[in-house]
Design a protein around this ligand. Structure first.
Ligand code: 5GP
Ligand code: MG
Length: 374
């Protein structure tokens, strides 16, 4: 028995046919015993499609007079008065006054079998016995008695011997189980948000992390947190800041690596205010590559310089920073921004991950555009 591949998943051997055969022998023997002196002719009812192989195997072991019929259950639709949301389809003979032995492939929550049980009694069956090849006892929570269970299994997804994954796999004579290695979660995503002062980066970043389950990584926040927590990195950073020095790249990058490793369960990260130079962009690539990850998209909020100018001046007025309202100071900040970020934009354009969004609309308009890019 080999691993099998169905669509996007792999399945590994779980129950070999020989074990199934023995379990079917046993369950058939119990049914034969119970129906040995039955006066009447029961209908063995195959629930299509899953039970087709099991019913065949079971039928040829039954040694009392019985008829065969098959049925399908519609998937959920409008609710009937009984509270049941399904219908019996294609019942191949009348069941009025008859004893039915329902043959199911697998009972999981029991929703299917309890619905079918009620529908058959409703259609006039005299008595309904249930035989299932497999049962997941950990999940079965219904009161309905399952008369014959060939085998119990753990609560995992299986295919083969009639059971399918998206209609495939029914033809295998052994039963296979979903390979845990293919149940891995989606790869983590890494986004960068870029934009001049006043472009609305902080506002959009907060909305994006919420919508997409990302972790917001702002180097300013990280530094403040490390310092507050008195970590080794934090102490190093504080020492430098206290002397009026810039925190060197290694320290910032160390913090980012630590932040990535401290959040293994998020869907991804949104970097805000980092990288500030192409050297940092290259280091970020290395940090991510070391973890088998990469920058997926750079989201750049574009607004015209005149608007940046107005927003910076407005902010400075509100915050009462007279110096910052001087045109030459503001222009200098805008020039610095262009000088520093343009090479980073070029770096990511080269990699084909740079995306620019018109940042001049309302918060919601810009957010919708960003979402479309994600
Ligand atoms: P229930 O209504 O008991 O929750 O689910 C029963 C139906 O779900 C079965 O008839 C079968 O179609 C499907 N099912 C439940 N567990 C499995 C499984 O592990 N593998 C496959 N292929 N189908 C299953
Ligand atoms: Mg089924």
């Amino acid at each position: 028995m080999e691993r099998i591949h169905l669509k996007d998943k792999y399945f590994v051997p779980y129950i070999p046919y020989e074990r199934l055969e023995k379990a079917i022998d046993d369950v058939a023997e119990r049914i034969n015993h119970d129906f040995k002196n039955f006066d009447g002719i029961p209908i063995v009812l195959c629930v299509l499609n899953g039970s087709i192989l099991f019913t065949g195997e079971l039928m040829k072991r039954l040694n009392f007079p019985c008829e065969f019929s098959s049925v399908r259950l519609s998937s959920y639709e409008g609710t009937l008065s009984t509270g049941i949301t399904r219908k019996v389809l294609g019942l191949t003979s009348s069941i009025k006054g008859r004893t039915i032995i329902v043959v199911e492939d697998i009972v999981d929550t029991g929703k299917t079998i309890t619905d079918l049980y009620a529908l058959l009694l409703d259609a006039g069956a005299e008595d309904v016995k249930i035989c299932t090849m497999l049962l997941k006892p950990e999940v079965y929570k219904k009161d309905l008695k399952l008369d014959y269970v060939a085998m119990e299994i753990e609560n995992r997804f299986i295919v083969g011997f009639g059971l399918d994954y998206d209609q495939l796999g029914r033809n295998y004579k052994d039963i296979y189980i979903l390979d845990k290695r293919t149940e891995e979660k989606a790869p983590m995503k890494h986004y960068l948000i870029f934009g001049p002062p006043g472009a609305g980066k902080g506002t959009q970043a907060a909305k994006l992390v919420e919508r997409f389950g990302l972790r917001h990584v702002s180097t300013g926040d990280l530094l403040r947190r490390q310092i507050a927590e008195g970590t080794e990195l934090g102490l190093k950073a504080k020492h430098l800041i206290d002397q009026g020095l810039l925190v060197p790249d290694e320290v910032v990058e160390g913090m980012i690596a630590a932040e990535l490793d401290a959040n293994p369960d998020v869907k991804g990260f949104l970097f805000d205010g980092f990288p500030r130079t192409t050297a940092q962009a290259e280091h970020l690539d290395t940090i991510l590559a070391d973890r088998g990850r990469k920058v997926d998209a750079v989201l750049s909020l574009a607004i015209p310089d005149e608007m940046v100018f107005e927003r910076i001046r407005h902010r400075a007025q509100i915050e009462n920073r007279a110096d910052d309202t001087k045109p030459e100071v503001i222009q200098n900040r805008i020039d610095t921004y262009h000088a520093k970020t343009e090479p980073i934009a070029a770096f990511y354009k080269d990699k084909g991950v740079y995306q620019e969004v018109d940042g001049t609309g309302t918060i919601d308009e810009v957010f919708e555009k960003l979402c479309a890019l994600m």
